[in-house]
Design a protein around this ligand. Structure first.
Ligand SMILES: *Cc1c(COP(=O)(O)O)cnc(C)c1O
Length: 426
């Protein structure tokens, strides 16, 4: 145990010289060493340390600049340090930041109105992280099944897709099909049924009188940017309606204009009963998530059923309103659609020797590398070219820049990717 009578040199340093000064003096290797020594090893980051981010660009401690194609897994939709969102956050920080849900705040009231308006839904339950929004949807669907649909106690079933990614809580990894996510973490919550993604007959075959909901991502982003066959989303809506089953779209990554529409389900007539939101809702500043949906379902919660200390706090609320306002005022849905198509067209013009597939919607683009090619070498070539991207499953590199990119920057991404591919193949 550290001495409590004398301040350690570490704390003297931080308190007397200021956190900013101490951070600014750290080198890349110090940063990596401290992280590996004191941080649990649940990630394996690219060995660079990012110092600043503005718009679609990030700069590392060594001063090298990268075009951010990870986009914080789609959370930085509005660009790093988006002016209007930062301004809203700064103004709020002079007024009130955190209360708890023991009281009302005008900021949260306005946020609830804004998120329902933006999503075209009737009610919202504010949370912080995506995984919490998914847990919220699961609880809502189950309680709806028991209190509205009439499913016998503890028998509710939720149908989910293979290759899904819905977060990292024990319940959520329990219905993952990825051994990596769940091995060593059981026993798991029962009541989930896996079917192949994008297969409407497979879903239909698993529906029983006890089915509460079908919960899926409209595009499996973490799964490798996997897009379901045309018509699947609309057919799923019809199937759910016919069987009195809730349709839950997890739009945490695909939502907020990422795929060229406000929400990816809008590519087809597939309006959900519940929708999980997160990532870009936080405007690249802080975690903000929510579960939104129809009143009949949302209204099953009674006081005490569910909660979160930080959920809907005033700072998060104004940031989220500003985040949605930015998407609206700059028409980033349209920009995402146009720039995403430009990127895909550009990638298709490149040397395809090592490319297995290029797929995407809007600015959620995947570049799959053929088996037999060295994807680690390609990863390094991307970094050397100043392209920040990371492989997801299925040997697929993700290109999910902020939605603010213009044609010149998309062309720059394509040119750099072309050079990196050339380096990695020769
Ligand atoms: C990122 C993500 C989540 C989990 O969100 P966290 O904020 O990391 O908990 C859930 N679902 C999807 C589709 C995601 O992409």
């Amino acid at each position: 145990m550290a001495s409590t009578t004398k301040k350690s040199t570490f704390w003297e340093n931080v308190i007397e010289r200021g956190i900013r000064t101490v951070v600014d003096e750290m080198s890349t290797s110090e940063c990596i060493d401290l992280t590996l020594q004191y941080g649990s090893h649940n990630y394996k980051p690219i060995p660079i340390a990012i110092k600043t981010g503005v718009g679609a660009w990030v700069t590392d401690v060594e001063g090298k600049e990268y075009i951010d194609c990870v986009g914080s897994y789609s959370a930085v939709a509005q660009g790093h340090l988006c002016e209007s969102i930062v301004r809203a956050a700064r103004q709020q920080m002079d007024v009130l930041t955190l209360t708890s849900r023991a009281v009302y705040t005008r900021e949260m009231a306005l946020f609830l109105k804004a998120v329902c308006d933006y999503t075209g839904t009737e009610m919202a339950c504010p949370m912080n992280t995506g995984a919490e929004a998914v847990e919220t949807a699961i609880k809502l669907a189950r309680k709806w099944a028991y209190t509205v649909k009439g499913v016998p106690k503890d028998k509710a079933e939720i149908i989910v897709a293979e290759e899904n990614f819905h977060g990292r809580t024990t319940t959520v990894v329990g219905f993952s099909s990825e051994p990596n996510y769940k091995e060593g973490f059981g026993p798991f919550t029962p009541g989930f049924i896996l079917v192949p993604f994008g297969n409407i007959e497979a879903v239909a075959a698993k529906i029983t009188p006890n089915t509460a909901a079908v919960m899926m991502e409209p595009i499996q982003a973490e799964g490798g940017i996997l897009i379901p066959p045309d018509g699947f989303m609309a057919d799923l809506r019809k199937l759910c309606t016919k069987n009195n089953v809730l349709l839950i779209w997890d739009e945490i990554q695909t939502g907020f204009c990422r795929t060229g529409k406000r929400f990816a389900w809008q590519h087809e007539d597939s309006e959900p009963d519940l929708m999980c939101l997160g990532k870009a809702l936080g405007g690249g500043i802080m975690p903000v998530a929510a579960t939104v949906g129809r009143r009949e379902v949302m209204d099953v919660f009674r006081p005490g059923d569910h909660g979160s200390t930080f959920g809907g706090n005033p700072l998060a609320s104004v940031i989220a309103i500003a985040a949605m306002a930015e998407l609206e005022s700059r028409d980033l849905a349209e920009n995402s659609a146009v720039m995403g198509q430009r990127m895909i067209d550009g990638f298709r013009q490149l040397d395809q020797t090592m490319i297995e597939d290029i797929r995407g919607r809007g600015l959620l683009v995947g570049l799959e590398v053929k088996k037999g090619y060295d994807d680690a070498r390609l990863q390094q070539a991307f970094l050397d070219e100043g392209i920040l991207t990371k492989e997801t499953r299925h040997r697929t590199f993700r290109f999910a820049t902020p939605l603010t990119v213009d044609a010149a920057l998309v062309d720059e991404v394509v040119a750099r990717v072309g050079r990196a591919i050339k380096t990695a193949t020769t």
